[in-house]
Write a new protein. Sequence first.
Length: 101
Amino acid sequence: MTEGPPKTAYELAMERLKKKDAEAGVEARIVTDEQKAAIAEARNFCAAKIAEQEVLFQSKLRATQDPAERDALAEMFRRDRERFISDRDRKIEKIRNGAAS
């Protein structure tokens, strides 16, 4: 018989996932408070840059009526947004792997 109260479905599912990860050789990495703060900073910086680009994009969009130019502006905004997100994800991965920067 088990000790303590019965386990919830969530706890049972987490145990199964941990067991499956252990069998697959996946190692759990604990993120330190310093790393959490650096990750939050990277996310906030990215969100701010995207917001800034959104404001500039909307301003330029209002200033033009040419459909081709509007499409070009939208494509440029999409590429910039994807670049910021990619940079953010790369920085977060570096932080999680222990590299500072």
